[in-house]
Design a protein around this ligand. Structure first.
Ligand SMILES: Nc1ncnc2c1ncn2[C@@H]1O[C@H](COP(=O)(O)OP(=O)(O)OP(=O)(O)O)[C@@H](O)[C@H]1O
Ligand SMILES: [Mg+2]
Length: 437
């Protein structure tokens, strides 16, 4: 598991180490330049001192002594090129260089050399120093800069650990507050005194809790409504069974059995609608929408409802049938159009007309179900999509779930749905607009 604390500790210490190393490199480069300038000056001074003293050997001895740890090597040649003096007999003679300061690569490393000719007697005085002495000195300075800083690392690490822990405390407090909550406690978490960074988390958590509370309330209301709706036909069924059991008269018995059958049918219809709604729950997994032709599906739904329409002498048919393809779920679309056509048939008085129209345009497919019934007044058009909402005075039995199911399926198909009236101003026209596949 990743840890913000460990991550920050490692990140900050890493960044500090890198910056420390960069600073040390800077110190090294600067120290190297300064040490170079200083030692170059020293090499020159030694050579000049040697040239200007008559008692050469004495000076050489003392100078060589004092410069032992700086490894300054002194060589003197006479005018004929014969070796007169070498301060470090153990070392081979360096070759003679041109007059002045030069840097020479030799088999014993790189050396800085100052060469000078004596005045009057043509001695060649050469004072040399290996470059590694200077590099070691500059590196020593850089290390001495870095060391105290390195020594404070554990302290720094401890401070970062503690500070980050303190900074994260509000998150731990929030987690604790959430974990100690009762599952039913959906009131918002307090946001006062929270650091700016934690505030968005709590705000969105509170938003989620609010939506959860609303969803739970809606679900409770739905279960209560469903139970209420189921109780009516079931009570009727219960009564009819008692009548059937008690009545010996054949005609009354037949009537009771017919009523019983109707009650069972109504209950079955309601349970089916409830199952459909549960299946259409936005949270549930749905099969993907597949490209499909709408025309055969609507032909089938219309044919299925033809007997019901015939019972009421209604003229049910397809008034327009443009070829139409869309991305859809055939089972659900069958339920959608079935509900719309069933409503149209049930609410339209005997002898009326129910027209279905499929219109195809370049960017959409429109399906219209129009009837010559009482229609729905504009002020009620938004409410009829609510679950269990029914308009009174129609004299038609129902559960008030048909249009809620239609609306849910239409939404899943990204279809727009409007209710209107026919051009004559009467009847109901349900218009669905599907985006093209
Ligand atoms: N074609 C229509 N003409 C007039 N009113 C309609 C029409 N379709 C629906 N309505 C009104 O809208 C209300 C809701 O319709 P919905 O289909 O949701 O439920 P229902 O038909 O009452 O019951 P069911 O759940 O059995 O379909 C109905 O009660 C009815 O008043
Ligand atoms: Mg209905």
């Amino acid at each position: 598991m990743t840890s913000i604390r460990r991550h920050l500790l490692m990140g900050l210490l890493g960044a500090l180490t890198v910056s420390g190393l960069v600073a040390a490199a800077g110190v090294y480069l600067q120290a190297r330049d300064e040490v170079n300038a200083l030692f170059d000056y020293q090499l020159q001074q030694i050579a000049l001192a040697l040239r200007d003293h008559t008692t050469t050997a004495l000076v050489v001895a003392s100078t060589a002594q004092s410069n032992a740890e700086q490894e300054v090597v002194i060589q003197i040649w006479d005018a004929a090129g014969l070796h007169l003096y070498h301060s470090h007999p153990g070392l081979p003679f360096l070759p003679q260089t041109t007059a002045g300061l030069t840097t020479v690569a030799t088999p014993y490393g790189t050396w800085r050399v100052f060469s000078l000719r004596g005045v009057g007697y043509d001695h060649v005085i050469q004072v040399a120093q290996p470059m590694y002495v200077r590099q070691a000195m500059a590196a020593g300075m850089a290390t001495r800069t870095l060391l105290p800083w390195l020594a404070t690392m554990p302290l720094l690490g401890g401070m970062i650990w503690w500070l980050v822990g303190r900074g994260l405390q509000p998150l731990i407090d929030v987690a604790q507050a959430v974990s100690q909550r009762h599952p039913q406690a959906l009131e918002p978490l307090p946001t006062t005194g929270l650091p700016q960074e934690v505030q968005p988390l709590i705000t969105s958590l509170n938003g989620l809790l609010q939506r959860l509370a609303a969803a739970l309330a809606a679900q409770r209301a739905f279960i209560a409504d469903a139970a209420h709706a189921l109780r009516t036909p079931l009570t009727a069924v219960h009564l009819q069974t008692q009548i059937v059991a008690r009545t010996s008269e054949e005609e009354a018995r037949q009537q009771a059995i017919a009523a019983l059958q109707q009650g069972v049918q109504r209950s079955t219809h309601l349970v089916q609608q409830l199952l459909t709604l549960a299946r259409l729950d936005p949270e549930a997994a749905h099969p993907p929408l597949m490209p499909m032709a709408l025309n055969p599906l609507l032909h089938a739904v219309i044919a299925e409802h033809a007997p019901l329409a015939a019972e009421k002498a209604l003229d049910l048919g397809l008034a327009r049938d443009d070829p139409a393809c869309l991305a859809g779920d055939a089972d659900n679309l069958r339920i959608l159009f079935g509900n719309l056509i069933e409503n149209a048939i049930r609410y339209t008085p005997v002898g009326g007309i129910v027209d279905v129209r499929i219109t195809s345009t370049p960017d959409a497919i429109h399906v219209e179900v129009a009837d010559t019934g009482p229609g729905i007044p504009p002020e009620d058009r938004a409410r009829v999509f609510d679950r269990f909402y029914r308009r009174g005075g129609t004299g038609v039995p129902g559960n008030g779930l048909g249009l809620a199911i239609v609306h849910t399926i239409a939404t899943r198909h990204h279809a727009q749905m409007t209710l209107g009236e026919r051009d004559s101003g009467s009847g109901l026209v349900v218009r669905l607009t599907f985006p093209r596949a």
